[in-house]
Write a protein that binds this ligand. Structure first.
Ligand code: ADP
Length: 648
């Protein structure tokens, strides 16, 4: 292929512009990103060589070499990893294949990339960090096994890059950074040393650099020659310790070491909230070093986010995308698992089926849930921090991990009518403070505390002093389908079916009252029912309401407003399901309607009122009304009529 110039994908260029023009508080991370790419590339060739030894080309002296060249003003990062062919370079470096990128762009704009450079790593756009310090980047790479087919990529980051065939004897990649004038500090030996130590100490391959020192000249006997002057000596020095921290005894590891390792594997700038380090022995032997992050990453809800737990076998990296190592609902966990039982050349298919992996998973889940339970008990404040970040994810477990239901239901928390915003109650506490007369656990689902907190459905519960849980995460609708009972008490939605909240006496009293009201309001009820028959399943008098005129309720198995909203937001078909319109028999509106009806049952205004009642009920539950124009016209007319009446 002769030299050709190609344009970056628009999004890559946007990203590059952000990287180039933002003022970073910390430019050092470019090196961490490039070293991490180099290390990944070595992981890959090492792994693939288990099944195809030819890829080694006789060289398995794994190494990442840093070559500062003061005269040329360049810093080269060289690896003997898997390398890339031309197509792969174009695909990996010229385009953004990952869907998280758009989200990154948005997050970067919103969160001010200048203050959050770690975003770059989180979104897997690490290579472009080069342009923070270089005004031109050259990459010369050759794929393992493709002797004679190297390529050279070059760009100044301003819209396009060039690509052409190139000679490269050895397998792997050289990234050559032509440093900007004001970035020449990155050629300094001590500067490079300290960055490597800080960010890349645990990289499991040697990161080497040629170091030249002046030494007094010595004779053949090794003794310094008096007056012999200095001679220059160059040695290749390894800059990182490569110690697999997880393999060392806990007692020897400092807090700082745990933290640095966390930052290294997670690309997080913050400390982890909790560190879990243990070894399992017996049927399954492995070491695990797991972390609970302090913050939710941006890609928590993206399907193609990076997996958080890496799998090693006897300190050899196997994969960072083993699906079955940790369940989805614990996907926020970061860390390393190193197994002594698995074979090195374990394949994807084997990983899916393997009983060892299943055993490891079971152990990790038990350990994490146990740690969370302990945190909740003993470090409640920490636990609340955790819960605010990851509660909605953890709750998915109730739906998917039946075996751990008992443990999970003790870990979930809710806001409620009895808590302030941002404060929580557990199911256990809820049950403990239930008044004697209360038999069930009540909850309301909705988009946010603000939308559910003023719902008319809560009126009767407030009056009785029964606490109602606010379930405002999207996952909650599924949670309540799986968690039907706690401590022998049913979980009951306040906007669904009939309520069993009254004592026998109250029931009798209410029943009598309702019968009387049903007779009194029969004409009006029939009229409303008839007018709204396309929209509601039934019209009936309510025992839920004390202040509001009306509300909508789902029947025991029907769709409530929140579920409708969720299905719509997921672009799913919403099945036709009519709800029940409940009217408050004690509301003055009922008497006014009855009065009007008795005066003239054909009064067309009555029909308008029926429509308005229904629209009101929709609005209070946060659902859209079908004909907002008609609604506003009617309200305006009523205002005019009422205003006129007031004016006399
Ligand atoms: P990430 O490393 O997070 O995937 P990058 O933008 O840093 O994102 O790199 C994009 C891709 O380019 C990598 O996934 C990898 O396939 C390829 N790549 C980058 N650096 C190297 C390298 N030194 N050797 C081989 N492939 C590389």
């Amino acid at each position: 292929m002769t030299k050709s110039t190609k344009r970056f994908e628009t999004e890559v260029q946007q990203l590059l512009d952000l990287v180039i023009h933002s003022l970073y508080s910390n430019k050092d991370i470019f090196l961490r990103e490039l070293i991490s790419n180099a290390s990944d590339a070595i992981d890959k060739v090492k792994f693939e060589s288990h099944s195809n030894e030819a890829l080694l080309e006789g060289n398995s002296d794994w190494k990442i070499k840093l070559i500062p060249d003061k005269e040329a003003g360049t810093l080269t990062i060289r690896d003997n990893g898997i390398g890339m062919n031309i197509d792969e370079v174009v695909e990996n470096i010229g385009t953004i294949a990952r869907s998280g990128t758009r989200a990154f762009m948005e997050a970067a704009k919103a969160k001010n990339l200048a203050e959050n450079p770690e975003l770059i790593g989180q979104f897997g756009v690490g290579f472009y960090a080069s342009f923070m310090v270089a005004d031109k980047v050259t990459m010369i790479t050759r794929k393992a096994g493709d002797k004679g087919a190297g390529c050279r990529w070059e760009s100044t980051g301003d819209g396009s890059y060039s690509i052409e065939d190139a000679e490269k004897e050895t397998r792997g990649t050289d990234v050559i950074l032509h440093l900007k004038e004001e970035m020449k500090e990155y050629l300094d030996e001590w500067r490079i040393r300290s960055i490597v130590k800080k960010y890349s100490d645990y990289v499991q391959y040697p990161i080497v650099m040629d170091i030249t020192r002046k030494e007094p000249a010595t004779g053949v006997d090794g003794k310094v020659i008096e007056g012999g002057g200095d001679i220059e000596k160059t040695v290749e020095e390894t800059l990182n310790s490569m110690k697999a921290i997880w393999a060392r005894p806990k007692s020897e590891i400092t807090e700082e070491e745990y933290e640095e390792f966390y930052k290294h594997i997670s690309h997080d700038y913050d400390k982890p909230l909790k560190t879990i380090h243990y070894s399992a022995e017996g049927v399954s032997e492995f070491k695990a070093l797991l972390y609970i992050p302090a913050h939710r990453p941006f890609d928590m809800f993206y399907p193609d986010r990076k997996k958080g737990v890496q799998l090693y076998v006897r300190r050899v990296f196997i994969t960072d995308s083993c699906e079955h190592l940790i369940p989805e609902y614990l996907r926020f966990i970061k860390g390393v698992v190193d197994s002594s039982d698995l074979p090195l050349n374990v394949s994807r298919e084997i990983l899916q089926e393997d009983v060892q992996i299943k055993r490891i998973e079971k152990s990790l889940v038990g350990k994490v849930l146990g740690t969370l339970a302990e945190m909740k008990e003993k470090e409640n404040e920490q636990y609340l921090k955790f819960y605010q970040e990851f509660g909605p994810v953890l709750k998915e477990g109730l739906h998917f991990d039946f075996a751990n239901k008992e443990k999970l239901q003790e870990l979930i928390l809710f806001e409620s009518t009895a808590t302030e915003a941002g404060k929580f109650v557990s199911l256990k506490e809820y049950v403990e403070r239930m008044p004697e007369a209360q038999k069930e656990i009540y909850f309301i689902t909705g988009a946010s505390r603000a939308t559910v907190e003023n719902s008319p459905h809560l009126e009767v519960f407030r009056k009785k002093g029964f606490e109602v849980l606010f379930l405002t995460d999207p996952v909650d609708e599924w949670v309540t389908q799986s968690l039907r009972e706690y401590d022998g008490k049913k979980l009951k939605a306040v906007d669904r079916g009939d309520l069993e909240i009254d004592s026998e006496e109250e029931k009798k009293e209410k029943e009598e009252k309702r019968e009387k009201a049903a007779k009194e309001y029969k004409g009006v009820l029939d009229l409303i029912q008839d007018q709204l028959k396309e929209k509601v399943k039934e019209v009936r008098l309510s025992s839920r309401l004390t202040d509001s005129a009306c509300c909508l309720v789902a029947d025991e198995y029907g769709l409530n407003a929140n579920m409708e909203r969720l299905l719509k937001s997921m672009n799913q078909e919403v099945p036709e399901s009519k709800r029940i319109l409940e009217l408050n028999p004690d509301h003055p509106l009922m008497q006014v309607l009855t009065g009007l009806y008795e005066k003239d049952s054909k009064n067309p205004r009555l029909n308008d009122y029926c429509e308005l009642l229904y629209d009101q009920a929709l609005l209070t539950e946060g659902s859209p009304i079908k004909d907002p124009l008609k609604f506003t016209r009617l309200v305006a007319e009523l205002m005019v009529a009422d205003g006129k009446a007031q004016l006399g």
